[in-house]
Design a binder for this molecule. Structure first.
Ligand SMILES: C[S@@+](CC[C@H](N)C(=O)[O-])C[C@H]1O[C@@H](n2cnc3c(N)ncnc32)[C@H](O)[C@@H]1O
Length: 191
C-alpha cells in the first residue's frame, strides 16, 4: 500500500452536504430516490466476478459495498472515502451483515494504493461533490490504481432529461453548491 501524503486535510462536501446531516443520509436517499433500482443497475454494470479486485471511490455509508459484496462474496472489495463519519456508519453496517471490506480513509491527496492493483473501480454520487480540479485529480488517481484495461463505472447526475429532473437536481445544487455541480447540469461528466 502507498503512503498517503499527510499535507493539510482537504475540504470536502459531506454525504448530505452538512456534517450534522450525515446520520440521515441513508433515510434521505431511501425516501427521495429510486435507490434499489439505481444501486442494482450500478452493480449490474460492475458485474463483480470472483477473485477480482474491486474499488469503490467515495463509499459513503457502504450501501453499494454491501450489494457488491453479497453479489460476489469471492471478490476482494476495497473502499476509499475522505470522511471519517461515513466510515464509522459503513463499518458498523457491514459488520452487522458480516461483510468483509477494507474501508480506508485518505486526506484528498494520493490514494493509498499501489499502481495497477484493481480490475474494476466504481463511484456513485461522488463526482457532483468535487470541484473541477479535484475531479481531474481523482480521475487520474483512479486511472493510476486500475490495471491496464481495467474498467471504471461512474453513477452520478447527468444532464436532466426533463423539467422535473432539472428541478430535483436544482435542490441538490442548493445543498451542494453550484461550483461542483455545473458540469453535471451541462452533461459534461462522461467527457
Ligand atoms: C453523496 S455521498 C455518496 C456515497 C455513496 N457512494 C453512495 O452511493 O451512497 C458522497 C461521498 O463522497 C465522499 N467524498 C466527498 N469528497 C470526496 C473526496 N474528495 N474524496 C473521496 N470521497 C469524497 C463523501 O464523504 C461522501 O461519502
Amino acid at each position: 500500500m502507498k503512503n498517503t501524503d499527510h499535507k493539510k486535510e482537504k475540504e470536502f462536501i459531506p454525504a448530505l452536504s452538512y456534517n450534522f446531516l450525515t446520520g440521515l443520509y441513508d433515510t434521505t436517499i431511501r425516501l427521495t430516490m429510486p435507490e434499489k433500482k439505481f444501486r442494482s443497475e450500478l452493480i449490474d454494470r460492475i458485474k463483480p466476478e470472483p477473485h477480482e479486485q474491486i474499488f469503490e471511490f467515495g463509499f459513503g455509508t457502504g450501501a453499494n459495498l454491501a450489494i457488491a459484496s453479497s453479489r460476489s462474496p469471492n471478490s476482494s472489495i476495497f473502499g476509499l472515502d475522505i470522511d471519517p463519519k461515513v466510515r464509522e456508519i459503513a463499518f458498523s453496517k457491514l459488520k452487522d451483515k458480516d461483510i468483509l471490506v477494507e474501508l480506508q480513509l485518505y486526506n484528498g491527496g494520493i490514494f493509498p494504493y499501489d499502481d495497477a492493483v484493481f480490475d474494476k473501480a466504481y463511484s456513485c454520487l461522488v463526482f457532483h461533490q468535487l470541484d473541477d480540479e479535484t475531479k481531474a485529480h481523482c480521475f487520474s488517481e483512479i486511472y493510476r490504481v486500475l490495471k491496464p484495461g481495467g474498467k471504471l463505472i461512474i453513477g452520478d447526475w447527468g444532464k436532466a432529461k426533463n423539467r422535473w429532473m432539472r428541478t430535483v437536481f436544482y435542490t441538490v445544487q442548493l445543498l451542494d453548491g453550484f461550483k461542483t455541480t455545473t458540469a453535471n447540469v451541462k452533461g459534461l461528466l462522461p467527457d
